[in-house]
Each structure stands twice: as C-alpha cells, then as structure tokens.
Ligand binder design. Structure first.
Ligand SMILES: Cc1cc2nc3c(=O)[nH]c(=O)nc-3n(C[C@H](O)[C@H](O)[C@H](O)COP(=O)(O)OP(=O)(O)OC[C@H]3O[C@@H](n4cnc5c(N)ncnc54)[C@H](O)[C@@H]3O)c2cc1C
Length: 471
C-alpha cells in the first residue's frame, strides 16, 4: 500500500467516509484511517441505524398488538418481542450497510488503513495497529466523532448504569428502565423499551421533553408518552445514582424542589456526547480547541494549515454545533470540494432538519415560534392535526400535528415543526421550503397528493392563512 496521499481522512463515520468518497470522485488519492473493525462510525454501528432498526421492531410489535383492530388473527396468546431475533435482524442490517461502505471504498479506490491515527505535523500521520506506520498527505481531514458522556454526579459502569452503546445490545428487555435526558437518544430508547414491555421513567432537567423543539411539540410528546404509560419527570435533577447487583437507585430533586428516589433495573445516561480527541495529537500540533472540540472556521479549516475537521468533533465557536449524521456528511462534501478547488458556500445551520424517531416521530426545521418572536418577527402560526387526514386514519396513526411558523410581513416560512406519523420524512419538504425562502402562499399553491400524510403540510399552510379546508 502507498504511504503518500493527496488526502488522509481520520475516522470513517458519516463525516469521514463521505468526505473520502467525494474527494476521490474529484480526482484525489485518498486514504481513510479507521480503528474499528467496520466502516461507518457511530451512525452505522451504534447510532442511527441500529436504533432505528429497533424502532421498526417496536412499530411492528405495535401493529401486531392491535391485530384485532386490523382484522389479523393471532390464535395463541399475546404477541411479545423475541430479542434474539431482533438483534439478528438489526445486526444483519448494520453489517449490510458497513460492508456497503467497504464496497464504496473499493469502487472509489480509497485505501482503508486499519488502526489508530495520531497527527504528527507537516502532513504526517502515524498509524498504530501492532506496528507503527507513517503516512503522508497534502491535506488531512479529522473526523474522529464523538462518544457518550455523563454528568459529574453519575458514574457510568456499562452494566447497570449504561449508555446508548449498551442500550442497543441488551439481550433481554429490562423490567424497568430509567432514562436520564430527553433529547433524541433518550426519547427514542424510551419509545423502544416501553413498547417492548419495560416500565420506563424519563428524567429531564429542563421543564419539558425534547427541549430544543417547539413548545407545542414537547407538550404533544409528553401527552403521548403519558398515554403510553411512560413516567415523565421534567424539571428534575438527578443528584446521585448507585448501582447494586440487581438495580440502580437514582436520587433526584423533583420539580417541587423535594428529594425523590427512583429504582430501576437499568439507568440509561443520555445526557449528550463529547468529542473524541484523546491521543490524536491535535493539541500538541497546536490546533486550537474549545472544551475538547476542534475549533474550525465556516469552511472547516482548523488553526493549523492543511488540517481540516468535520462532524461531531468540531465546534464553529458560535452556538451549538449539531451532532447529526447528515450534518457531518454535508460538511464532508464541502471540505472535499474545497480541497479540490471547487466553489463552495458555508452551510446554513438554521436549515438543518432535526429528526427524532420516537413514537410519535418528530421532524422540524427552522425557527420555533418562541425563537421567531425573540428575533422580533411579526409571527403568525398555523397548525393542522394528522388525526383529520384520511391517510392517517387508514394507518391508525392519528396523533400529532404540523405547525408552521411564518413572518406576517413577507409571508416567509420561518420554521416547520411536526410530530406524528412519517414526520421524519415529511420534514424534507419543509427543508426545501426554507432553503428556497418559500412563502406560505407557495406552500398552499403546491399540489399535495391525496390521500397522503403530506396533506397535513398543505393544510397547516392554509391554517397559517387562517383558512384550513378540512377543519
Ligand atoms: C444512539 C444514537 C442515535 C443516533 N441517531 C441519529 C439519527 O437518527 N440521525 C442522525 O443524523 N444522527 C444520529 N446520531 C448522531 C450520529 O450518529 C453522529 O452525528 C454521526 O455519526 C457523526 O459522524 P462523525 O463522522 O462526525 O463521527 P463518528 O460517526 O463518531 O465517526 C468517527 C469515527 O472515527 C474513528 N476514530 C476516532 N478516533 C480515531 C483515531 N484516532 N484513529 C482512527 N479512527 C478514529 C471512530 O472509530 C469512528 O468510527 C445518533 C447517535 C447516537 C449515539
């Protein structure tokens, strides 16, 4: 294998592998250093793919549990989940996709260098796996991603106090599961294990679930979770967690300021993820860092020439950088194109779709109603419930709504927030609407097929003008 490249990418997650493919498509000689035994990083191995596979199992169980309503006969006993088969199917999906990335590397003549990379300066990267080898490149892209992290009061032991990495591999459905944090990871696992049969308690420090979403979405999710029998504790601060051989005792301060104690078979810590830079040699090379993240400019240049960084490991120094697979991939494309001398534009982080695959699903993009008001817009909103739609009734999925936040003066769509069936798919139309600076009127004039879930978007647009047709 050669030791000299145009571009070396460190990390083969959705940021790194996409950057590598794009750079290769543009004529660069590319190598990717990856320390795991498979390509694809967090998203393919521990994140997006296995969790959504589990959610599809939960959905299948939901349909079967309602068999009577669907006119499906199940002659013997109540339906239950078979975790062995769940994992077999999930692992088959994960392996198929990671092997797919390997195939794409071969197709694009990208070398996969197996091992752990360390930046050595002047375009040099040392790779450790058994022996050390030194590679050289004109450009280096760091895409080392993120890993779960806890809060100081809670020590993860990976057995009873676990992270999402363990939660996707549980061999048995826990009798009870407490979840700390109600971001995407927390509420997705709450949906999965509640449907599989666990008693689930979700503990959130802030006053509402999914705190980054529009307040109406948070309220709808809380309503649905409570209906499903999930115990929701908001404005609650975990102060201590102690594991024994059989359970975890969680001490917390409740919304009323009083102490409370919760026992559960397992505690899932879903309080966020921190950057992976240990042993990378970034600081030694003089790369500017912020709270462990690599600082980059809007074109993903670090403070050291010819070293770029993308994905979960970066901070742009302004606001929170979204740790999402599609964001890392888009950043990978931008960097690869910049290195190939193509004209590139900075990413508009206000147009990043947020998808949360809990039950009911959430899809959102742009400003929430509160954010739009804070920015001084003369805001008007329209909301339309899925339950009214024929398509939703057929699917037996009638929870939730689509809400549009618009500027009254120019009629511009500022944000779209949906919770309900297929919201993670429907949000794509809203992302395009924001990118094209679409007006509400244009959404109304766009023909939405019947009967579809997408009619909720059209109706929400009508509602924003005060005239929903079917309500
Ligand atoms: C449970 C869960 C569910 C998620 N669901 C979604 C979702 O539905 N949609 C979504 O958009 N996002 C989701 N995410 C987030 C998403 O997975 C990440 O944002 C995305 O994977 C980030 O990609 P990345 O390339 O920056 O880093 P990563 O995917 O973390 O990849 C980094 C890679 O670098 C390798 N590496 C690190 N250091 C070195 C080194 N020194 N040498 C060699 N290799 C190294 C690692 O082994 C890893 O493979 C989820 C995350 C989790 C945990």
């Amino acid at each position: 294998m050669p030791t000299s490249y145009d571009v070396i990418v460190i990390g083969a997650g959705t940021g790194g592998y996409v950057a590598a493919i794009r750079a290769s498509q543009l004529g660069k000689k590319v190598a990717v250093v990856e320390k795991q035994k498979a390509l694809g990083g967090t998203c393919l191995i521990w994140g997006c793919i296995p969790t959504k596979a589990l959610l599809e199992h939960a959905h299948a169980l939901k349909v079967v549990q309602n068999a009577k309503e669907w006119g499906v006969m199940i002659p013997y006993g109540a339906p239950a989940i078979d975790m062995k088969q769940v994992h077999t199917r999930k692992d088959k999906i994960v392996t198929g996709l990671t092997k797919g990335v390997e195939y794409l590397f071969k197709k694009n003549k990208i070398d996969w260098i197996k091992g752990t990379a360390r930046l050595m300066g002047k375009g040099k990267v040392d790779v450790f796996e058994g022996d050390k080898q030194t590679l050289e490149a004109k450009e280096i892209i760091v895409a080392t991603g993120s890993q779960p992290r806890s809060v100081p009061s809670v020590q993860i032991d990976h057995e009873r106090i676990i992270t999402s990495d363990e939660a996707i591999h549980l061999k048995e459905v826990p009798k009870s599961l407490a979840i700390m944090g109600s971001g995407a990871v927390g509420v997705e696992f709450a949906s999965i294990y509640r449907r599989f049969g666990s008693e689930v308690t979700i503990i959130e420090l802030l006053p509402r679930l999914v705190p980054v979403e529009d307040e109406a979405v948070s309220a709808e999710l809380e309503k649905s979770f409570k209906k499903q029998g999930i115990n929701v504790l908001t404005s609650t601060k975990v102060t201590k967690a102690t594991a024994s051989s059989t359970e975890v005792t969680i001490e917390a301060q409740g919304a009323d300021g009083k102490p409370l104690s919760i026992s559960a078979s397992l505690l899932l810590v879903a309080t966020g993820r921190g950057p992976v830079t240990t042993g990378l040699g970034a600081e030694e090379l003089g790369i500017a860092m912020e709270k462990g993240y690599i600082k980059v400019d809007e074109m993903y240049r670090t403070s050291v020439p010819n070293v770029s960084a993308i994905g979960d490991v970066i901070t742009l120094g302004t606001g929170v950088h979204p740790q999402l697979a599609h964001v890392s991939s888009m950043e990978g494309v931008i960097v690869a194109e910049r290195l190939a001398g193509k004209p590139v534009q900075p990413l508009n982080y206000e147009h990043v779709p947020g998808c949360t695959y809990c039950d009911p699903e959430i899809g959102s993009v742009g400003l929430t109603e509160a954010e739009a008001r804070q920015r001084g817009y003369d805001v008007r909103v329209g909301q339309f419930p899925f339950g009214v739609l024929g398509r939703a009734k057929m699917a037996g999925e009638s929870e939730g709504f689509v809400k549009i936040v618009a500027d009254k003066k120019y009629d511009e769509v500022l944000g779209v927030h949906m919770i309900g069936p297929r919201s993670t798919e429907l949000v794509a139309e809203a992302v395009l609407a924001l990118r094209l600076e679409c007006t509400v009127e244009e959404l109304i004039k766009t023909i939405h097929a019947h009967p579809t879930f997408s009619e909720a978007v059209a109706e929400a647009a009508h509602a924003t003008h005060g005239a929903a047709i079917h309500m």
